[in-house]
Design a binder for this molecule. Structure first.
Ligand SMILES: [Zn+2]
Length: 72
């Protein structure tokens, strides 16, 4: 009996390109599948909610800028 052991080499995945989302900057999915961009699937706890990925929250800060007292 031969027992084939799985290779533990980092290159075992061959030509599979590692998925990384260019929108939320998270891995294991591409921007085409990004839940933050396309919405969370039914059954997901964030379904129906407009959730911004963590790396996008800061960039929207200038939207609600409360300017201090302006001198007139
Ligand atoms: Zn994403």
């Amino acid at each position: 009996m031969k027992v084939v052991q799985p290779s533990r080499s980092p290159a075992a995945q061959g030509n599979l390109t590692p998925l990384k989302c260019s929108y939320c900057d998270q891995e294991r999915h591409s921007v085409d599948r990004c839940y933050f961009l396309h919405g969370f699937p039914v059954g997901h706890k964030l379904h129906g909610k407009n959730v911004k990925p963590p790396n996008r929250r800061k960039s929207a800060a200038h939207n609600t800028q409360a300017s201090p007292v302006e001198s007139t």
